[in-house]
Design a protein around this ligand. Structure first.
Ligand code: T3D
Length: 263
C-alpha cells in the first residue's frame, strides 16, 4: 500500500484498490497523485493489458476527503478550481484516454468525485448493495471530476439534472436500469466477475481496444464526417496489426485467436 492506494499485479492485468476504508476511501491529494501515477504506469507496462479499479472495505469512494481541504475558515481564500485542475482533471483525462480497458468494481457507496471516478472507467460493475450519489449540491459544490460531461451522456439530460440538483442516492440497480453502469452483480460475486473480465481482456487485441476507446471518446465532439474520417484512420491502423491478421486467420481456421496484444 502507498498513499492510500494498493497495487497488485495479476496475470495480464493490474488491480488498483482505493485503500482508506475507515473514510470510505475518500480521496486526498497524495492518493489522487498516486492513482494517476498508477494508471500511467499501467499504460506503459506491456505485460499489463487491463486495469481493475475497486475500493477496500464497505465503500468504493466517498469523493474528496472534506477534512483534507485546507482552509475552511475563509472560503474567499479557497481555490477549489486549482485543486480540481491539479488533481481531478488530469486523472479523469488519463482514464478516458487510457489505452487499456479499465474495469471498475463499485463495491459500495460511490459519492461525489468518487461516483464520477467510477463513471470515467470503461466498464462499471456494481455490487447489488452499492449506490451512487452526486453528493456535491449537498455541500454547495457542483459535480466535478467530469460529472457534468459524462452524466448527460450516460443517462440523458432529464436524469442528469435531477441527479445533480437533488443529490439523491440511487441504488446500483437503478443506475444499471438507467444505463449509467454496465451491470449489477451479487455482492459476493463482484470481485470475481471483475477479475474474470480483466482476465478476458488480457487475452484480447489490446492495441485495437485502445483504438476503440479513442474513437468513442472523439465521437462526443465530432460530427458524422469527422467521425467517419477518424474511423477510417483508426481502422487502417487496426488492419495493419498482427492481431487483425491473427483474428482473421483464426476465424477462417475455425479456432480461437491467440492475440499478442500490443502489435
Ligand atoms: O476539494 C473540494 O472539495 C473540491 C472537490 C470536490 C469533489 C467531491 O467529491 S465533493 C463531494 C465530497 N463527498 C461528499 O460530500 C460525501 C460525504 N459523505 C457522505 O455523504 C456519507 O459519508 C456517505 C453517503 C458517502 C456514506 O454515508 P454512511 O452513513 O454510509 O457513512 P458515514 O458514517 O457517513 O462515513 C463513514 C466515515 O467516513 C465517517 O468517518 P467517522 O465519523 O467514522 O470517523 C465519515 O466522516 C467518513 N467520510 C465519509 N465521506 C467522507 C468522509 N470523511 C471525509 N470526507 C468525506 N468525503
Amino acid at each position: 500500500m502507498s498513499d492510500g492506494i494498493g497495487i497488485e499485479d495479476r496475470a495480464g492485468y493490474r488491480v488498483i484498490t482505493l485503500d482508506r476504508p475507515e473514510k470510505l476511501n475518500a480521496t486526498t491529494a497524495p492518493m489522487l497523485r498516486a492513482l494517476r501515477a498508477a494508471f500511467e504506469a499501467a499504460a506503459c507496462d506491456r505485460a499489463c493489458r487491463a486495469v481493475l479499479l475497486t475500493g477496500a472495505g464497505r465503500g468504493f469512494c466517498a469523493g474528496q476527503d472534506l477534512g483534507a481541504v485546507s482552509d475552511m475558515s475563509d472560503p474567499a481564500q479557497a481555490d477549489l478550481g486549482a485543486l480540481v485542475e491539479e488533481l481531478y482533471n488530469p486523472l479523469i483525462r488519463a482514464l478516458r484516454r487510457h489505452p487499456l480497458p479499465i474495469v471498475c468494481a463499485v463495491n459500495g457507496i460511490a459519492a461525489g468525485a468518487g461516483a464520477n471516478l467510477a463513471l470515467a472507467c470503461d466498464i462499471v460493475l456494481a455490487a447489488r448493495s452499492a449506490s451512487f450519489v452526486q453528493a456535491f449540491a449537498k455541500i454547495a459544490l457542483i459535480p466535478d471530476a467530469g460529472g457534468t460531461w459524462i452524466l448527460p451522456r450516460l443517462v440523458g439530460d432529464a436524469r442528469a439534472r435531477a441527479l445533480a440538483l437533488l443529490a439523491e442516492k440511487i441504488p446500483a440497480e437503478q443506475a444499471a436500469a438507467w444505463g449509467m453502469i454496465w451491470r449489477v452483480v451479487e455482492d459476493a460475486a463482484l470481485i470475481g466477475e471483475a477479475e474474470a473480465l480483466c482476465a478476458y481482456f488480457a487475452t484480447q487485441p489490446t492495441t485495437t481496444l485502445g483504438l476503440i476507446k479513442q474513437a468513442l471518446l472523439a465521437s462526443s465532439a465530432n460530427d458524422l464526417d469527422a467521425q467517419l474520417a477518424l474511423e477510417r484512420d483508426l481502422q487502417r491502423a487496426a488492419g495493419q496489426s498482427g492481431d487483425y491478421a491473427e483474428g482473421a486467420r483464426a476465424f477462417l481456421e475455425k479456432r480461437p485467436p491467440r492475440f499478442s496484444g500490443r502489435t
